[in-house]
Design a protein around this ligand. Structure first.
Ligand SMILES: CC(C)(COP(=O)(O)OP(=O)(O)OC[C@H]1O[C@@H](n2cnc3c(N)ncnc32)[C@H](O)[C@@H]1OP(=O)(O)O)[C@@H](O)C(=O)NCCC(=O)NCCS
Length: 188
């Protein structure tokens, strides 16, 4: 943001705040954060998905990172599956983890927060002795693809992007988002 001011979640500027990035705290999500992850209903359909991920954090199977700007609230997130029940090629519990649900609020993009979140994920995984990260990116999401490539991810294949979930009204939603499977091998 060229004038250094903050845009609140509802799009209003808070000009008293001059250096928002330095005030962002990246931390593990709390149960109380779950409603904020819905972004004023834009992501309400994932309520049960996020609650499920939160349950996994309690069993050491997942990590939920959030970027908290104290004057505003949650402005970014990235979730890491450490162990997948269904697909060990995504996350096997000891060496390879799967990153998903990565997003930064529109008003805060392009300032380095996404990169910082990714670096924190990597540092944390290294401490856990993991050395590979996988993720899927939509074929049309060229900006995200560029960010991942800059961070050292390689495209290792196609992903059909088929999955299903129960939305907040218990309706089963089938998703098909063809994309790329990316992989980063980390040096420890
Ligand atoms: C993908 C996403 C999370 C990235 O978050 P972000 O905070 O914008 O990411 P960054 O600011 O770290 O990096 C984005 C770009 O800004 C650049 N940048 C980094 N620091 C910067 C700074 N201090 N000033 C200006 N630009 C900067 C980066 O080099 C990067 O440039 P690139 O597009 O050429 O790669 C965000 O764009 C988003 O939420 N998109 C919608 C959801 C989505 O697509 N998620 C990914 C699903 S796979």
């Amino acid at each position: 943001m060229s004038d250094g001011s903050v845009i609140n979640q509802d799009g209003k500027r808070n000009t008293s705040d001059s250096n928002w990035l330095s005030q962002v705290q990246i931390r593990h999500a709390l149960q109380a954060d779950l409603p904020s992850m819905e972004w004023e209903s834009e992501y309400s359909r994932y309520r049960k998905v996020y609650a499920g991920v939160f349950q996994k954090t309690k069993h050491g199977m997942a990590v939920m990172w959030v970027a908290d700007l104290p004057s505003v609230g949650l402005i970014g997130q990235v979730f890491v599956l450490l162990k997948s029940k269904g697909s060990l090629t995504l996350a096997d519990g000891f060496r390879r983890a799967y990153l998903h649900s990565f997003r930064v609020r529109l008003a805060y993009r392009g300032a380095g927060l996404g990169k910082r979140l990714m670096e924190i994920v990597e540092d944390d995984l290294r401490e856990r002795d993991f050395n590979e990260i996988t993720l899927n990116v939509d074929r049309n999401n060229l900006d995200a693809l560029r960010l991942y490539r800059n961070l050292g991810y390689l495209v290792v294949g196609k992903d059909p992007g088929r999955w299903s979930y129960q939305d907040e009204n218990n309706v089963l939603r089938e998703v098909e988002e063809p994309g790329w499977r990316l992989l980063k091998k980390m040096s420890n």
